[in-house]
Ligand binder design. Structure first.
Ligand SMILES: NC(=O)c1ccc[n+]([C@@H]2O[C@H](COP(=O)([O-])OP(=O)(O)OC[C@H]3O[C@@H](n4cnc5c(N)ncnc54)[C@H](OP(=O)(O)O)[C@@H]3O)[C@@H](O)[C@H]2O)c1
Length: 339
């Protein structure tokens, strides 16, 4: 076991697009577990868009990271020393938020779940069997009230949440359509069962392209991005459309500033549409419900996922910035150690 715990600590709250200089890599002693807790070593670290708001000087649904503190984040980790009965050296665990961008963390059993690699590889526990799987599930089936036959448009469709949302919609008898930045990403979505889609960086007039793709309009918009994609979709709603606002990743460089675009709000009235914000924390008690169903689908080979993994703790800020700039294909992770 290393004597040193490398940690990415936040240097400052970030207004505008984050850059690697917003974190500093420091070395600290490896902590000791208290009675009832254990020391775990990170194998895989999570990087995800929600982290952007946690380092911004804005009102949010959860507390942010203070400058000087270790950056927030989940991990798949191996227990290396335990003072918690029933939790043994060598056990593999996953924590959704409570690890941080570092090599080692002391954790309590109630903050983790066991990782069963017979069911799915370690990566899956920060993706389809983690918060993002539950997000795709509840945003579609609860907030989105998905119905068979719905024409469902998903933005950031080749990402972690997006690749699952499309497959789940198709399995439920709906017609999923993708918005991605590039045609390479769109091809991946089509291979998953998306019926069609648009590569927005390769399209001049997104609203017109959507109209050509979906002339009868969009019944359910699974909005992962906000911004110009959202504006284009508002002009293409079917009557009684539902918009589930899941994420605002396109605002990463201007969080907290007014999101000014063309105001198509009358489209909500014309379509008698409903728009609702979604937060996975509101479903916490029900996460296992989604994970059980998702695990069944995985086991049956009915859903597929793709991972995009950078090697080395030192590349964690870079991995995070890949997500905010659309360079990832599938779930972005960082491999810190292999055993
Ligand atoms: N509300 C909740 O409880 C909850 C929970 C989990 C996740 N989420 C949200 O779900 C969304 C997807 O999360 P994820 O973890 O699955 O990330 P992800 O989709 O794997 O990665 C983010 C994707 O966002 C797209 N993107 C980045 N900058 C963009 C821009 N300027 N304009 C348009 N698209 C841009 C990129 O896809 P393209 O290259 O295809 O554009 C990128 O790959 C995020 O908004 C996240 O905050 C919300």
């Amino acid at each position: 076991m290393s004597e040193v715990n490398r940690q990415w600590r936040l240097v400052r709250l970030v207004d505008g697009m984050p850059s690697p200089a917003d974190w500093r890599l420091e070395e600290h002693p490896v902590p000791e577990p208290e009675p009832g807790s254990f020391l775990a070593r990170a194998l895989l670290l999570d990087v995800a868009p929600y982290m952007r708001a946690r380092i911004a000087p804005i009102r949010n649904y959860a507390a942010g990271v203070e400058p000087g503190a270790v950056m927030i984040g989940g991990a798949v980790a191996r227990i290396v020393a335990s003072r918690a009965p029933g939790w043994n050296e060598g056990d593999l665990v996953v924590t959704d938020f409570g690890f941080g961008w570092q090599d080692y963390a002391v954790l309590r059993p109630e903050a983790v779940r066991r990782v069963d690699t017979k069911l799915a590889p370690p990566e899956a526990w920060l993706d389809v069997l983690g918060l993002n799987g539950a997000t795709a599930w509840f945003a579609l089936f609860e907030t989105g009230a998905l119905r068979p036959g719905d024409r469902v448009l998903v933005s950031a469709a080749a990402g972690s949440v997006g690749q699952l949302a499309g497959q789940l919609a198709a399995l439920a008898g709906a017609e999923p359509y993708a918005v991605t930045s590039t045609s390479a990403k769109l091809e991946w979505c089509l291979s998953l069962g998306y019926r069609g889609g648009i590569a927005h960086r390769e399209t001049e007039d997104l609203a017109s392209a959507l109209r050509a793709l979906l002339p009868r309009g969009i019944d359910l918009f699974f909005d992962n991005t906000a911004g110009p994609i959202h504006d284009a979709v508002l002009q293409n709603l079917a009557t009684h459309a539902r918009i589930v606002l899941v994420g605002t990743v396109s605002l990463a460089d201007r969080l907290g500033r007014p999101d000014i675009g063309p105001r198509f709000f009358r489209e909500i009235l014309v379509a008698r549409a409903r728009i609702e914000g979604f937060l996975i924390l509101d479903f916490e008690k029900r996460w296992p419900e989604a994970w059980t169903r998702l695990a069944d689908l995985l086991r049956a080979g009915r859903i597929r996922t793709r991972y995009d993994i950078l090697e080395g703790l030192e590349r964690t800020p870079e991995a995070f910035l890949r997500v905010l700039t659309g360079q990832n294909l599938g779930k972005q992770l960082v491999r810190v150690a292999s055993t």
